[in-house]
Write a new protein. Structure first.
Length: 473
């Protein structure tokens, strides 16, 4: 990819976000839909994506969408996806909006309030899924209802797919729909609000990011076994100790800087926006070889740390079988987010070298939970082209809402369902109008929240943007 990857020149940001222009009825609808979604438990363990799909379908029916416009379908009773088709003139091929309804597990004892209760406090909405990503789901439902009530006719069909198991589980909705009902969701390109967005620092907009590529998600099971025995007669060969020592080696291992065309362009542009030491460090890491002192300083920020390299981290532990017995087995899950260009199997072999203990067996753990001795030779997808029919309307809306704020392609440090749509030949772009402060990313964590003003600005953004991308020459 060449210099055209960056579409706007770097310019200094304005101090305040644009105020959302949303009528009272739409704002109330967006509030009610968001609250309803948060309070439906859609975790893999005990929740129901089907319940959320049916609730949103009823919202759409009440707004005038016909039964033939919607499908609720999936592989089992708890994992049914909602697919809506908003009919246009057919002048252009459809666009597809994808958003996942499922959320990461949340324990009541870890939160000061029930994570599945929609709480308004101190200018924020709290609850599991407020950032990731029921805010985006609710915005799309409310905006499509607003467009429907206005009688708006787009120049192409708008397809909305709200789906299951992006966060885990055996029934990923986007993958299932592509494999079983491609005709329902086939589109010229895809918009995914599970990424990108308005990046703010202490409330001030710094840039609008569009995730143009993403890392490859892979889990690995680390296992140590031995004969065990009575805890009153401990021996040095202890499965827990072997595993702990291996994980400590992983903790202290730093993967090398691994920039690609997207992340290099990102740092080139960001270095002209930020100031001081941070700007100097961004320029210094672009040298060959990268300045290691600059790398170290930038890496203190979790986002930069993940943007610069592959990351692997222990996320679960399971060891021993009795309080008074030596452990016969110790296991850990290591979650890796692999930089583009490297495969899951390559990373498995790299982990073996990092852990440096033949007693630690490293196996691949698939998203469906199957364990295998080798991993797929799967790589992250190549960045799709930056389509003018996606980016020109985006530039226009951004300049209306956040004047002088640059749009910058980025690499998602996590992973999303775009991996399936890109692989299926549908160029996919992660775009959101919701602002999240650089030090307030709480997705997957306790006290997940989104700013109330930010939510309604994001609502206004996608209303304008959907109109812009569906009313082109």
């Amino acid at each position: 990819m060449n210099r055209t990857i960056v579409l706007l020149v770097s310019i200094m940001f304005l101090p305040l976000l644009s105020q959302a222009q949303v009528d009272a009825a739409t704002k109330q609808l967006a509030h009610d839909v968001f609250k309803q979604l948060i309070e439906i438990n859609t975790t893999d363990s005990v929740g129901s994506v089907t319940q959320a799909s049916e609730a949103m379908a009823q919202r759409l029916r009440d707004a005038g969408f016909s039964e033939s416009d919607m499908q609720i379908l999936g592989p089992n009773d708890r994992k049914k996806n909602l697919v809506l088709r908003y009919h246009g003139t057919g002048k252009h091929k459809p666009i597809l909006l994808i958003g996942h309804l499922d959320v990461v597990e949340a324990r009541r004892e870890d939160w000061p309030t029930d994570p599945f209760q929609f709480v308004e406090k101190d200018g924020y909405y709290y609850g599991r899924g407020t950032q990731d990503m029921k805010c985006g789901d609710a915005i799309w439902i409310a905006d499509l209802i607003r467009l429907k009530k206005e009688g708006y006719q787009p120049d192409r069909d708008i397809i909305l797919a709200l789906t299951a198991d992006e966060e885990g589980g055996k029934s990923n909705g986007v993958d299932w729909l592509i494999k079983n009902h491609r005709d329902l969701i086939d589109a010229e390109f895809v918009l995914n609000s599970d990424g990108g967005g308005v990046n703010t620092v202490h409330g001030k907009p710094e840039s609008i990011s569009v995730d143009a590529t993403e890392k490859l998600y892979s889990d690995y099971q680390l296992t140590v076994t031995n004969r065990g025995g009575h805890s009153s007669q401990p021996v040095p060969d202890n499965a827990i100790y072997h595993l702990a020592e291996a994980l400590t080696r992983l903790e202290h291992y730093e993967f090398p800087v691994d920039l690609n065309t997207v992340t290099r362009a990102y740092y080139e542009r960001m270095s002209a926006i930020v100031t001081g030491q941070r700007a100097a460090d961004m320029k210094a890491i672009l040298k060959t070889p990268p300045d290691q002192a600059a790398v170290a300083r930038l890496s203190q920020d979790p986002i930069d740390h993940s943007t610069l390299r592959t990351t692997c981290v222990a996320t679960r532990l399971d060891a021993g079988h009795a309080n008074n017995a030596l452990p016969q087995r110790a296991q850990a899950n290591v979650n890796c987010r692999i930089a583009p260009g490297h495969s899951s199997e390559e990373m498995r072999r790299t982990l073996i070298a990092i852990l440096d203990d033949p007693k630690v067996i490293v196996r691949y753990s698939s998203e469906s939970g199957e364990i295998s001795d080798t991993a797929p030779d799967r790589h992250s997808f190549a960045p799709p082209p930056l389509r003018p029919d996606v980016f020109q309307p985006l530039e226009k809306i951004v300049q209306e809402m956040w004047p002088a704020t640059p749009v910058i392609p980025t690499m998602a440090t996590g992973a999303s369902d775009s991996v399936y749509t890109n692989a299926a030949g549908m160029p996919s772009y992660q775009i959101s109008g919701v602002a999240i402060d650089r030090d307030d990313h709480r997705e997957h964590g306790r006290d997940e929240r989104v700013g109330i003003a930010s939510y309604y600005t994001g609502l206004d953004f996608y209303y304008r943007y959907l109109k812009a991308v569906t009313s082109q020459p």
